[in-house]
Design a protein around this ligand. Structure first.
Ligand code: BTN
Length: 255
């Protein structure tokens, strides 16, 4: 009895007590033909991974560590948009279940009071025919205390419990998240990104702000003016030039 209100996302749930990473399991299931909407969920990960090959702290029984397999019929270059769509779904679920008001830091961090409570990692299986599967990893910090995080991230990470002062029902949060994931991915597939972009921007802490964008081979500073319909960050530097940022680490320079 999962209490789910969805039609496709979470109809198949692969629940494991512990694993290295739900991303690894989901990649394998996707290769074996798992259907669109399959969810892999675990209580703890021994090798949870984040963007840019970083480690993701996955304390036992205190978060929601999951990977969702989607099989959308869209071009591979649209994959980053699914990160943005997922971010909106996460924000809505947190709002609904806790009343907290999270913000999105482009592209994939969900923040509460400036600290990260959720990370999203979108990975792609594609071939000449296009996207075979998207593996959307979501790491939601729910009931951790400060000490549950590695010393190195204690100043930048937070949990819903730390911000609201109360333990949060993890099952309710996962149900709500899967509901919004289905709603918004369907909206995206049927209507495109326009509506979702407005929602995304309304939750964004990045847009309109001065930022530093660190990329592999350069760092740019300027004002984050918005995102394009493809989810590319538009950054205006002091010389007036507008740069399209596809992937970077963003630091807010006014905080
Ligand atoms: C990031 O902010 O860098 C993304 C973090 C993504 C973490 C989640 S937890 C569930 C899934 N399995 C993983 O190994 N990573 C993602």
């Amino acid at each position: 009895q999962t209490g789910l209100k969805t039609k496709s996302i979470g109809r198949e749930i692969e629940y494991v007590e512990s694993c290295a990473s739900t991303q690894i399991i989901a990649h394998q299931l996707a290769q074996e033909g798992a259907p669109d909407g399959t969810v892999v969920l675990t209580e703890t990960q021994t090798a949870g991974r984040g963007r840019l090959a970083r480690k993701w702290d996955s304390a036992a029984n205190k978060g929601a560590w999951m990977s969702i397999i989607l099989r959308p019929d869209v071009a591979p270059q649209k994959a980053p948009q699914f990160t943005l769509v997922t971010a909106v779904a996460v924000v809505r679920a947190i709002e609904e279940v806790t009343g907290l008001q999270p913000q999105i830091k482009w592209p994939n961090d969900i923040l509460l009071n400036g600290k990260k409570c959720t990370g999203i990692l979108t990975e792609l299986q594609s071939d000449a025919d296009g996207i075979q599967a998207l593996i959307i990893g979501i790491g939601l910090n729910i009931n951790q205390e400060k000490d549950d995080f590695d010393a190195g991230v204690q100043d930048i990470a937070t949990s819903l419990k730390m911000e609201s002062g109360e333990a949060v029902n993890r099952q309710k949060l996962v149900q709500s998240l899967l509901f919004y994931m289905e709603l918004y991915t369907q909206m995206y597939i049927e209507e495109g990104f326009a509506m979702l972009k407005i929602l995304w921007e309304s939750y964004s802490t990045t847009i309109g702000q001065p930022v530093r964008a660190r990329m592999t081979n350069q760092t740019l500073e300027g004002i984050a003016e918005g995102i394009t319909d493809d989810g590319v960050l538009q950054l205006r530097t002091a010389d007036g030039k507008l740069h399209g940022i596809y992937s970077a680490d963003i630091e807010m320079t006014n905080k």
